[in-house]
Design a protein around this ligand. Sequence first.
Ligand code: GRF
Length: 203
Amino acid sequence: LRLGILASGGGTNLQAIIDRCADGSLPAEIAVVISNNPDAGALERARKAGIPARCIDHRPFTSREDYDRALVAALRESGVELVVLAGFMRLLTEVLLDAFPGRIMNIHPALLPAFPGLHAQKKALEYGVRFAGCTVHFVDNGVDTGPIILQAVVPVLQDDTEETLSRRILQQEHRIYPRAIELFAQGRLRIEGRRVLIDPPLD
Ligand code: GRF
């Protein structure tokens, strides 16, 4: 399975996927890493791993749609079969969604539908929840609203800060994102309306 990773930041989720591909536990290969941010640590991580890395800066583009057309062209050029958003800080338009129907995944650092959008870990902490976590989902035309594939739960501790909670969630992100991609690579995911069925079901 050929993956196209879109990232804007440090790329620790990318690194988890790189590591799992390298140790053979994830039957996939990263065909390209694309960032909108020239300074993204994710690009550096890709280069260190010998993976094609491209910066497609969004600023020169006059519309979101034009930007997505450039992304689609780059992804198609690399023969990408699954688009993996890993800390990609741009909203997708139907240009990208229509080019990869049912083939775009995202990870969000909260138990969706709770706390969509930015600063999810901080929102959870301030709300006073006892549990937080992360969600891997297929991307649809909403913000963090697509069909949920996997989730992981972590406790929120009395003395947690945004940093300590984010770190605890990130550890789980690095576990469930590669797992979700593996399930897709094995053809075990089926979208039925809002639900994602895993066949055979996880034990
Ligand atoms: C993670 O918190 C992820 O949940 C969110 O953005 C962050 C990406 O971190 N989408 P990294 O760039 O993968 O380290």
